[in-house]
Write a protein that binds this ligand. Structure first.
Ligand code: NAD
Length: 255
């Protein structure tokens, strides 16, 4: 097992990709703190599966879009496991609205959860790793939309693009502390965030036609790469984005 003896926190791990990552890290031997905002049932179910693997775990309620909560989350995760080696910034939300219509409230919500949450969780994590002088791993679940425009989702693209530059800056700034910082950029993954898309063949079929591997991704596709980046196999990888999208981002052809 690649992560024996390591302690991890995964934000937004009560369902979807975050849940898949929490379970995969535990499978690889890590003890894992699960975070949720509202879905305690999902968080408890994730913890139960982690316990069944013989790993330590705890569920911590926190809204990462609120700075005080993001800081408390990292502190409670450290208290629950004794220390933290791995932080996965996964929590994120999107709002579908045209630029002229999006409300101030929705704009701030997307930026707060998807970008600022990762910023302040990482700041608390880096302070902790500085204190214990042990290196560490930060992995942000960004998106192909850290590069690719997505009309009607401008704050989401701004937040994911922000995560790209945060990752590149911190990879340099935190390198002297032995902390690597990388992004995993999923394409279209089958999770509750895509509920509308998944239930509407008129939306789903053109999307599948645009993915060279002709299928949606699964949370396990993202979780495997995240576990790799958290492991010693990735010791020399920092400032990188690994795209997990079945070829979607760079798909172009002419008949
Ligand atoms: N599913 C996709 O196609 C896809 C593609 C690219 C990137 N992503 C990214 O992957 C991440 C996970 O998305 P998902 O597809 O699993 O969606 P999801 O909606 O199933 O999961 C989002 C998770 O974030 C948590 N969350 C939301 N707001 C929060 C808050 N304020 N504080 C703490 N947790 C909060 C939710 O509880 C949930 O666990 C997101 O950052 C998303 O942008 C998803």
């Amino acid at each position: 097992m690649k992560l024996s003896g390591k302690n991890a926190l995964v934000t937004g791990s009560d369902q979807g990709i975050g849940q898949g990552i929490a379970l995969r890290l535990a499978q690889e031997g890590a003890d894992v703190v699960v975070n949720y905002r509202k879905n305690q049932e999902g968080a408890d179910a994730t913890c139960e599966q982690i316990r069944q693997m013989g790993r330590r775990t705890a569920a911590v309620q926190a809204d990462v879009g609120v700075t005080a909560d993001a800081r408390r989350l990292v502190e409670e995760a450290i208290a629950a496991l004794g220390s933290l080696d791995i932080l996965v910034n996964n929590a994120g939300i999107e709002k579908n609205a045209s630029f002229v219509d999006i409300t101030e409230e929705d704009y701030h919500a997307v930026i707060a959860v998807t970008m600022s949450g990762a910023f302040f969780c990482t700041q608390s994590f880096a302070r902790h790793r500085q204190d214990v002088k042990g290196g560490g791993r930060v992995i942000n679940i960004s998106s192909v939309h850290e590069e690719l425009p997505f009309p009607h989702f401008t704050p989401y693209c701004m937040a994911k693009g922000g995560l790209k530059m945060m990752m590149r800056n911190l990879a340099i700034e935190l390198a002297p502390l032995g902390i690597t910082v990388n992004n995993v950029a999923p394409g279209a993954i089958e999770t509750p965030i895509n509920k509308k898309l998944l239930s509407d063949p008129k939306l789903l079929e053109p999307l599948l036609a645009n993915i060279p591997l002709r299928r949606l991704g699964q949370p396990s596709d993202v979780a495997g790469v995240t576990a790799f980046l958290a492991s010693a196999d990735a010791d020399y990888i920092t400032a990188a984005t690994i795209v997990v999208d079945g070829g979607l981002l760079w798909n172009y052809s002419e008949q």
